[in-house]
Design a protein around this ligand. Structure first.
Ligand code: ITT
Length: 210
């Protein structure tokens, strides 16, 4: 039974279009209207913490205070065991292009490069390819209150990259027991098992009693 939430409009505190799409799909059954931080023109705060929870809190509080509305952020990443948990909270940074190239092309991130970087380091280490996606969702209110919900999905790195349905590192991640990568499966299948869906289920239980 879904309870009435303590808000009917929520800011999605992210500028990542893949996340906006996935969180909007997860939110859809709740009847809460959403607007993204990008649509509101809210600035991206520096992510200065070393944990997913810490960075999620920074982003949610910045959007809640900037908009005067409750905000839900997502800090997530891929942790590869053979790379001692890297890229981890630096998952987006591994895809970041040099400033000169960003200015010349208008393109900010290159995930083909980031995925290659992961595979290059992992294959050089000859360690097992086990990995997990981690997601911290943070719900924050303009008064500074915040709640963090964390989720994970276990799996492994595969090479070469496969599929075009997801975003970020999805083409090289296969969940435990799966044959296809996260970029090959349908979005509905990803929502049944992803790190984001796991965190979202905890958020739902706490905030909506669902
Ligand atoms: P915001 O901070 O604006 O939310 P971001 O892309 O900078 O967007 P993060 O700092 O959390 O977000 O970086 C996490 C990166 O990890 C993200 O850019 C993705 O490439 C990757 N990532 C997170 N969840 C993923 C998923 O479900 N599938 C593939 N890659 C994912």
């Amino acid at each position: 039974m879904i309870q009435k939430p303590p808000f009917d409009k929520l800011v999605l505190a992210t500028h990542n279009k893949g996340k906006v799409r996935e969180i909007s799909e997860l939110m859809a059954p709740l009847g809460v209207s959403t607007v993204s931080a990008g649509e509101l023109g809210l600035a991206e705060p520096p992510e200065t913490e070393t944990t997913f929870a810490g960075n999620a809190r920074i982003k949610a509080l910045a959007s809640a205070r900037g908009s005067g509305m409750p905000a839900l952020s997502d800090d997530s990443g891929l942790a590869v065991d053979g790379l001692d948990g890297a890229p981890g909270v630096y998952a987006a940074d591994w895809a970041e292009l040099p400033k000169s190239e960003r200015e010349r092309t208008g393109v900010r991130r290159d995930f083909d490069m980031a995925m290659w970087h992961v595979w290059d380091k992992l294959s050089a280490s000859s360690k097992a390819p086990t990995a997990r996606f981690i997601c911290a969702l943070c719900l924050a209110f303009p008064d500074g209150t915040s709640h963090v919900y964390e989720g994970t999905v276990e799996g492994e790195i595969v090479w070469p990259p496969r599929g075009d349905k997801g975003f970020g590192y999805d083409p090289i991640f296969r969940a435990l027991g799966d044959v296809q990568t996260f970029a090959e499966i349908e979005p509905s299948e990803k929502h049944a098992k992803s790190h984001r869906a796991d965190a979202f289920a905890k958020f739902l239980k706490a905030q909506f009693g669902a």
